[in-house]
Write a protein that binds this ligand. Structure first.
Ligand SMILES: Nc1nc2c(ncn2[C@@H]2O[C@H](COP(=O)(O)OP(=O)(O)OP(=O)(O)O)[C@@H](O)[C@H]2O)c(=O)[nH]1
Ligand SMILES: [Mg+2]
Length: 655
C-alpha cells in the first residue's frame, strides 16, 4: 500500500510547503511594516502573493467517452478508504453532469446541484456559482457511506421531457446529440436533471486544494461550452481514459483531438493517457507473459493512434484496484497497476506545480526586496553626504557654517519649486490612467458585451450571429491594442520624469518596468480559435437547438473575456503602483533629507558644540540602516530557502 499513499504524502508536503512560504512572506511583511519600509506597492504585492498561495488549487480532470471508467478510477484513487464505491459507476451513461469534487471549509459537506433548466437562461455555470439560491444543496452524512453514495447518485439522475423542451435547453438535436438516451416514445427524451454538480467533501487531498473534475461522456462535453472553454484548459492535469475492451474508437479520437490536444498540439504536458479495464485481458488460460505482451501491444497501438510516446500510456484496472484497496489485497493492487499511475501523478504533477509557484513567488519577493533596498541605499547615501558635509565643518568658523546653511536652503527651495512639476505630472498621470481604464475597464466591456447580446438575439440567421461575434472579438482586440499604446505612453512619460529628477535633484536613477498586453491578447486569441472551431460545428447542425447553443456559447465566451479583463485590470493596478510609487517614495525621502540637513546645520550654527553630537547621531543612523540592509538580506534568503528546500516527504512515502 506504500505507493498508493505516495500521492497523498506528496500533496501534503506541497501544502505544507505553501503554508511555510506564506508564513515566511507574512514575516517579511511584518518586518517591513515595523521598519516603516512598506509602501502601498509593497502592501499590494504581498497581499496578492498571499492570496495566490492561499487559493492555489491543483485541478485534475478526468475526460473520456462514456463508460471508460472515469468515475471508477476516481473512486479507486481517492475514495477507496470508504470501503465502497462512492461515485456512481455503472454500465452505460452514468455521470450525467460535470462534477467537481473539492473542499471548501466554509460550507458543510454537501453536494450542490445546478438544475438543467438554467440552460434556458443567460449565464454560464461560473456565473451561476455566485448565486447560491440557484442551486439545490443536499447534505452529505459522512458517518454513513451508504447514505453518502445514495446522495451522490444524484449526478446520474435523468428525467423524461418533451422534445421541444430538450431542444430549448440545447440538449436535443435531430442530428443526434443525445439521441441514444432511449427515446422510447417519439415525443419525449431523457435528459440530465442537473447541469453541474459540486461535491464539497473533506477528503485530506481536497482539503489541501486538490480539485477533481469528473466529466460525463462525450456528448455532454460538446454541449456544455463551460467545460471546453474554461474547466479543461485550466486544469493542471487531464487524464484521458481508454478502455482495453473497447479499443481506441472513432469517438475516443474525437474527444482526444477536440478536448485534450485542441489548439496547441505541441503541449501534451500534464496529459496522461490511461488504458483502463486491463483485467479483461487477464485470461486464465494464458501465461503471465502472454498477458503481459498483450497489454504491451495494446499500449503501443493506443500510443500510436494518439501520436504520443508509449511511456505516456498507463495500463490499469480501476475496478480491481478499488476492490484490492477495499479488501487490503496487495497482490491484486499490484496487478491492477494503479500504484504506477499514482506514482506518475505524484512525481510529475506536484513538483511541476511547486516549481511554477516557487519561481513566480521568488521573482516577486526579489523585486520587492530590490525596491526596499533602493530606499535603504538612498538613505545611506543621504546620511553619508551629511556626514561628509559636517565633518568638513570641524574647526571652521561661523561664516562657513552660515554659508553652508544658505546653500542647503537654496537647494531646498529649488527642490520645492521642482515639486510643482511633480504635481503637474501626477495630474497627467491620473488623466492617462483614466484614459487607460476607458479602453480596458469593465464598463467598456459591459457595453460591448450587451450590444453583442442584443444583436445575437435579434439575428434570425446564423450569419448575423457570426458577424456579431466577429465584431465582438474585433472590439476586444481593438481595446487591448489601444490599452497597449496607452501603457507605453505612460511608461515613456514616467521614464523621462525619472531621468529628469535624477539629473536635477540627484535622485536615484530608476527605469520603470514596462507593461505587456501580450498575455491577454493571447488568451483572447485562444478563445477566438475555440469559438471558430465550435461555431463551425454548430453551424453544421440542422437542429433548431442551434440558436440556443450559439447563444449560450456566446455567454460563456463573454464570461471568459470578462475574466481576462479582471486579471488585466488587477495587473494594471499593480503596474501603475509600481511605476509611480518609487518616485513618490524618492521625492518624499529626498525632501525629508533636505530638511534634516538644514536642521542640523542650523543647530550647529546656534551652538558649535552640537557638531560632534550631530556627527555621532549620524554615525549611529548609518549603522542602523546597515543593520536594516543585513536584516532584509536575511529575510529574503529565509524565503528563498523555503522555496528551494527539497520536498519534505514522510519517510514512508520515500519508497
Ligand atoms: N472490468 C472492468 N470494468 C470496469 C473497470 N473500470 C470501470 N469498469 C466498469 O465500467 C463501467 C463504466 O464505468 P464508469 O466509472 O461509470 O465509467 P465513466 O467513464 O465514468 O462513464 P460515464 O459516467 O457514463 O461517462 C462500470 O460498470 C464499471 O464497473 C475496470 O477496470 N475493469
Ligand atoms: Mg462517470
Amino acid at each position: 500500500m506504500m505507493q498508493s499513499r505516495d500521492l497523498a504524502a506528496r500533496f501534503e508536503a506541497y501544502s505544507d510547503w505553501r503554508r511555510r512560504l506564506s508564513a515566511g512572506i507574512s514575516g517579511l511583511h511584518e518586518w517591513l511594516s515595523e521598519q516603516e519600509l512598506a509602501d502601498a506597492q509593497a502592501d499590494l504585492s504581498i497581499q496578492h502573493l498571499l492570496e495566490r498561495l492561499h487559493q492555489d488549487q491543483l485541478v485534475v480532470a478526468f475526460v473520456a467517452e462514456f463508460s471508460r471508467g472515469k468515475s471508477e478510477l476516481i473512486n479507486a484513487i481517492f475514495f477507496a478508504d470508504f470501503g465502497q464505491r462512492l461515485l456512481p459507476s455503472a454500465a452505460g451513461r452514468t455521470t450525467m453532469c460535470p462534477t467537481e469534487l473539492l473542499y471548501d471549509s466554509t460550507r458543510p459537506p454537501s453536494i450542490r446541484l445546478l438544475p438543467i433548466e438554467t440552460r434556458a437562461r443567460d449565464g454560464s455555470v461560473t456565473e451561476f456559482k455566485n448565486y447560491a439560491d440557484e442551486w439545490v444543496t443536499l447534505a452529505l452524512d459522512l458517518s454513513s457511506a451508504d447514505r453518502m453514495s445514495e446522495v451522490l447518485s444524484q449526478v446520474s439522475q435523468t428525467k423524461r421531457v418533451p422534445i421541444v423542451l430538450a431542444r430549448k435547453y440545447g440538449l436535443y438535436d435531430d442530428g443526434d446529440v443525445l439521441a441514444p438516451m432511449s427515446a422510447a416514445d417519439e415525443a419525449a427524451v431523457d435528459i440530465p436533471c442537473w447541469r453541474h454538480a459540486v461535491i464539497n467533501f473533506p477528503h485530506p487531498l481536497l482539503q489541501q486544494g486538490l480539485v477533481i473534475l469528473d466529466t460525463p461522456g462525450l456528448n455532454a462535453i460538446g454541449t456544455e461550452p463551460e467545460l471546453t472553454l474554461n474547466l479543461l484548459p485550466n486544469a493542471h492535469a487531464v487524464l484521458f481514459i481508454l478502455a482495453a475492451d473497447a479499443g481506441v474508437t472513432r469517438t475516443d479520437i474525437d474527444v482526444w483531438r477536440n478536448h485534450l490536444i485542441g489548439e496547441s498540439p505541441g503541449t501534451k504536458e500534464g496529459r496522461l493517457v490511461i488504458l483502463n479495464k486491463i483485467d479483461g485481458l487477464w485470461d486464465e488460460l494464458r501465461t503471465a507473459s502472454e498477458i503481459e505482451s498483450e497489454i504491451a501491444r495494446q499500449v503501443r497501438s493506443s500510443a500510436q493512434l494518439l501520436a504520443i510516446p508509449p511511456a505516456q500510456v498507463f495500463p490499469v484496472s480501476a475496478q480491481k484496484a478499488l476492490l484490492a484497496k477495499v479488501n487490503g489485497d496487495d497482490a491484486l493492487l499490484a496487478k491492477s497497476r494503479l500504484p504506477l499511475l499514482e506514482l506518475a501523478l505524484s512525481k510529475e504533477l506536484i513538483p511541476a506545480k511547486r516549481h511554477i509557484v516557487g519561481s513566480a513567488t521568488r521573482a516577486e519577493i526579489r523585486s520587492l526586496a530590490a525596491s526596499t533596498r533602493t530606499i535603504l541605499d538612498s538613505r545611506i547615501a543621504g546620511v553619508r553626504e551629511q556626514l561628509g558635509e559636517l565633518r568638513g565643518l570641524r574647526g571652521k568658523n561661523q561664516d562657513v557654517v552660515e554659508h553652508m546653511m544658505e546653500r542647503i536652503q537654496q537647494e531646498k527651495e529649488l527642490f520645492e519649486r521642482g515639486m510643482q512639476r511633480y504635481t503637474a505630472l501626477r495630474t497627467v498621470f491620473t488623466q492617462q490612467t483614466n484614459a487607460l481604464y476607458e479602453c480596458i475597464g469593465l464598463e467598456k466591456l459591459r457595453a460591448t458585451a450587451g450590444e453583442t447580446r442584443k444583436r445575437i438575439e435579434a439575428s434570425p440567421f446564423t450569419k448575423g450571429v457570426r458577424s456579431a461575434m466577429n465584431d465582438f472579438f474585433a472590439q476586444i482586440h481593438g481595446g487591448l491594442e489601444q490599452s497597449g499604446r496607452q501603457t507605453s505612453e505612460i511608461h515613456d512619460m514616467m521614464l523621462a520624469m525619472y531621468v529628469r529628477f535624477a539629473s536635477e535633484h540627484g535622485l536615484q536613477p530608476f527605469a520603470p518596468p514596462s507593461f505587456s498586453m501580450l498575455k491577454y491578447q493571447k488568451e483572447v486569441e485562444r478563445l477566438e480559435r475555440a469559438y471558430n472551431v465550435h461555431f463551425n460545428t454548430l453551424w453544421n447542425m440542422v437542429s433548431k437547438a442551434k440558436f440556443t447553443l450559439m447563444k449560450r456559447f456566446y455567454e460563456t465566451i463573454a464570461i471568459r473575456v470578462k475574466h481576462v479583463y479582471d486579471i488585466a485590470n488587477r495587473d494594471l493596478e499593480s503596474w501603475l503602483k509600481a511605476v509611480m510609487a518609487p518616485l513618490e517614495t524618492q521625492v518624499r525621502e529626498h525632501h525629508i533629507q533636505l530638511r534634516r540637513r538644514l536642521d542640523s546645520v542650523k543647530r550647529i550654527h546656534r551652538a558649535s558644540d552640537e557638531l560632534e553630537e550631530r556627527l555621532s547621531e549620524l554615525e549611529q543612523a548609518e549603522a542602523g540602516i546597515r543593520n536594516q540592509i543585513a536584516a532584509l538580506g536575511r529575510e529574503l534568503s529565509a524565503i528563498v530557502a523555503i522555496i528551494e528546500q527539497p520536498e519534505l516527504l514522510p519517510l514512508a512515502a520515500n519508497g
